[in-house]
Design a binder for this molecule. Structure first.
Ligand SMILES: Cc1cc2nc3c(=O)[nH]c(=O)nc-3n(C[C@H](O)[C@H](O)[C@H](O)COP(=O)(O)O)c2cc1C
Length: 311
C-alpha cells in the first residue's frame, strides 16, 4: 500500500531516493550499481567538458559525523556520461536519469549545455552552481549577479528540463534574493544542498585531507539542519512549478521523511552512500516506509511540505 514513488518535471520515479552527485557515479560501473539498486534513479558525477584528474589525495575522509572532501571535480568528461546516457535511454526508455554538469568558466558551461541541447538526451540536467568558478570570486551561486546572468544566457538556448544544485545559504535575506532570481526562470528544480564549504577537521595535530591545507566541503550528519532549512526556505519561496530535491545529512528513513516534510520531491544520499554502499537505498527506503505506515501515509503527497509550526 505504502509507496515512495515521486515525479520531477513530469517524469516518474519508483522511489524518491537516489545518489547525490559525486558519490557512486564517477564510472559506468558505479552508475550501473546505483541504477540496479533500490534507488529510483541516479545522477552522474558533475561533468566538465574534458576529463579532470582532480586534486591530489588524500582528498576525501570519513569523519565521525560525516565526511570532508576537496575532490577538485575529478570526472571523465561530458562525452563519457552523455554517451552512456544516450545508450541507456534506448535500452531503458521507461526510466529517466540525471546528468550533472558545469564548466570551469561560464563559457565552458555554455559549450557543455549547448552540446546537451543539441544531443538526443531526454533526461534531466542538473547544473552545479555550487562549484568554484573564477579564482578570487566565490562559487557561482554565492555571486547573485553572475548566477542571474548565467541563467538568463542559458535559457536563451536551453529548452530541455533543467535544475540547479545549490550551496547552502545561511541568511534569510540570501534566501529571499536567491529565490527572486530563480523565480524569473523556467527551472524545473533546485537541489539543496551541496556540502557546507570549507570546513576543517583535525586529528591529533593535523588536517586529514591534502588539498587547500585541509579545508574541505562537509557532508553527512553535521549538515542536516542546514539542508532542511534550505529545502524549506526554497519550498516556501519558489514558484510551485520549481520542485525541490533535498540533499544533505540523510542517514536514515527519518532523515528522508524530514526532507520531504520540508518540501522535497526527491531525496539524495551522499556521505551515507559513500560509507555504506548501495545497500543503503534498501535500508533507508524500508525505514521511510515504516514511518509512513505508522503515520497512516500512503504516498509522499500525504505529507510533503506539511511541516508544522508552533503558533
Ligand atoms: C566525495 C564527494 C564528491 C562530491 N562531488 C560532487 C559533485 O561532483 N557535484 C555536486 O553537485 N556535488 C558533489 N558532492 C556533494 C554531494 O552531492 C552532496 O550535496 C553533499 O555531500 C551533501 O550530502 P550528504 O550529507 O548526503 O553527503 C560531493 C560530495 C562528496 C562527499
Amino acid at each position: 500500500m505504502v509507496s515512495t514513488k515521486t515525479q520531477i518535471a513530469g517524469f516518474e520515479f519508483d522511489n524518491c531516493l537516489m545518489n547525490a552527485a559525486g558519490v557512486a557515479c564517477m564510472t559506468i560501473e558505479e552508475l550501473e550499481g546505483v541504477k540496479n539498486s533500490a534507488a529510483g534513479t541516479f545522477v552522474t558525477k558533475t561533468a566538465t567538458l574534458d576529463f579532470r584528474q582532480g586534486n591530489t589525495e588524500p582528498r576525501y575522509q570519513d569523519i565521525p559525523l560525516g565526511s570532508i572532501n576537496s575532490m577538485g571535480l575529478p570526472n571523465n568528461g561530458l562525452d563519457y556520461y552523455l554517451d552512456y546516457l544516450l545508450d541507456l535511454q534506448e535500452k531503458e526508455p521507461n526510466r529517466t536519469f540525471f546528468l550533472s554538469l558545469v564548466g570551469m568558466s561560464p563559457e565552458e558551461t555554455h559549450t557543455i549545455l549547448k552540446k546537451v541541447q543539441e544531443s538526443e538526451f531526454r533526461g534531466l540536467t542538473e547544473l552545479n552552481l555550487s562549484c568554484p568558478n573564477v579564482p578570487g570570486k566565490p562559487q557561482i551561486a554565492y555571486d547573485f549577479e553572475t548566477t542571474d546572468r548565467i541563467l538568463a544566457e542559458v535559457f536563451d538556448y536551453f529548452t530541455k528540463p533543467l535544475g540547479i544544485k545549490l550551496p547552502p545559504y545561511f541568511d534569510i535575506v540570501h534566501f529571499d534574493q536567491a529565490a527572486a532570481i530563480f523565480n524569473k526562470y523556467p527551472l524545473k528544480f533546485v537541489n539543496c544542498v551541496n556540502s557546507i564549504g570549507n570546513g576543517l577537521y583535525i586529528e591529533d595535530e593535523s588536517v586529514v585531507i591534502r588539498p587547500k591545507n585541509g579545508f574541505g566541503g562537509i557532508g553527512g550528519e553535521y549538515i542536516k539542519p542546514t539542508a532542511l532549512a534550505n529545502v524549506h526556505a526554497f519550498y516556501q519561496r519558489l514558484n510551485p512549478q520549481i520542485q525541490i530535491i533535498g540533499t544533505g545529512g540523510v542517514l536514515t528513513g527519518r532523515d528522508a521523511f524530514e526532507h520531504i516534510l520540508c518540501g522535497a520531491s526527491m531525496v539524495q544520499v551522499g556521505t551515507t552512500l559513500h560509507k555504506e554502499g548501495v545497500g543503503a537505498f534498501d535500508r533507508i527506503t524500508n525505514e521511510l516506509k515504516t514511518i509512513m505506515e505508522e503515520k497512516g501515509y500512503e504516498s509522499l503527497e500525504d505529507f510533503r511540505g506539511k511541516l508544522r509550526y508552533i503558533d
